[in-house]
Write a protein that binds this ligand. Structure first.
Ligand code: EPU
Length: 297
């Protein structure tokens, strides 16, 4: 029924049914999307979003899948991938318009080619620009939002809106655009000419990233650092390393990483996160907040 209506609303769009989501998420867990679409223009995205709103249908926006998990089983509604919204164009020597589905490592590559800097802190962070903006992804006290001039979004009333940076609030792993349901379409970002020190800064960030676990599927840091503390150290001190539920295990290398050592389910990861939260709370009174987004719960 819904599928027929979708075909009518978007006759040229490829609509996939029962699409496995685990290959699209770096933790490699989660079930299947009832419907999965990857619009390749703002117009397609707008029609699709308006359709979902009018049908009262749940939608989930998927970028690079590096910071999210879907539940096991069928995820009812439409999973909208931004993978085909991926253009990048220079407006000036140092300012670029970048689609939300463009990957952060590719932005870094563009900057290297033009001898530009400002995004060293993002070295080694996978994922797409849209996802990175929603969570103000970053490291070392920096976040992606500090490089934004403006963001174009598709709002929950189906309209396209431009947000100048002074209309957006952001802080550690937080961006006010994530407060309500909307889709990030693209952003304008300004960088700067690089100087000799940037290379050292970049190498330092790469070194820290290099010390994090890579061998298994993971979704980066599981919890946000509570103010004044390191989540990794708290988890380590509370004996969370190597705790496991099914094939989901807390990394021995860095306690803020949960790894999928084979066939972990989404429910295993969620149970393990709850155990970790409880352990740290019981020992320290600090309640860890997930950085990984659990969609469709
Ligand atoms: N530590 C331990 N045990 C552990 C892990 C860490 O004692 O198991 C200690 C470390 O020795 C260090 C301190 O905790 O003294 C902080 O650890 P680390 O340097 O690894 O940094 P982090 O605060 O855990 C943050 C970001 C990372 C980012 C790194 C490097 C958060 C939640 N994490 O990690 O971001 O890569 O800095 O810049 O803000 C992510 O967001 O997905 C992520 C991995």
């Amino acid at each position: 029924m819904l599928l027929n209506k979708l075909h009518v609303a978007l006759p040229n769009l490829n609509i996939e049914e029962n699409k496995p989501l685990s290959p699209l998420c770096t933790l490699h867990v989660g079930g299947k999307a009832e419907f999965f679409v990857a619009p390749s223009s703002i117009e397609e995205m707008r029609i699709l979003y308006n359709f979902a709103l009018s049908e009262n249908c749940d939608i989930y926006v998927l970028g690079g899948g590096s910071n999210v998990i879907f539940p096991d089983g069928i995820v009812k509604g439409i999973v909208i991938s931004t993978e085909n919204l991926n253009s990048f164009s220079w407006r000036t020597e140092i300012t670029a318009d970048i689609d939300s589905g463009f990957k952060l490592p590719l932005i870094m590559k563009e900057l290297r080619e033009k001898n530009l800097a400002g995004m060293e802190f993002a070295a080694g962070i996978p994922g797409t620009l849209g996802g990175a903006i929603m969570g103000n992804a970053g490291a070392g006290g920096h976040g992606i939002c500090e490089l934004l001039d403006e963001v174009i979004t598709l709002e929950s009333d189906g309209e396209i809106k431009t947000w100048p940076i002074n209309a957006i609030n952001y802080s550690y792993r937080y961006c006010s655009l994530s407060d309500s349901k909307r889709i990030i379409i693209s952003a304008r970002m300004t960088f700067r000419k690089s100087n000799p020190k940037d290379k050292d800064v970049l190498e330092n960030f790469l070194l820290r990233r290099g010390s994090q676990p890579h061998a298994f599927g993971n979704a980066g840091c599981t919890f946000k650092n509570p103010e004044g503390y390191s989540a990794g150290k708290l988890l380590d001190d509370c004996g969370c390393k190597n705790l496991c539920v099914g094939d989901a295990v807390v990394s021995e290398q860095h306690a803020n990483f949960i790894l999928n050592r084979g066939h972990a389910k989404s429910s295993d990861v969620i149970k393990l996160m709850k155990i970790c939260i409880q352990k740290v709370f019981d020992s320290t009174g600090i309640k860890l907040e997930p950085e990984i987004k659990i969609l469709g719960e």
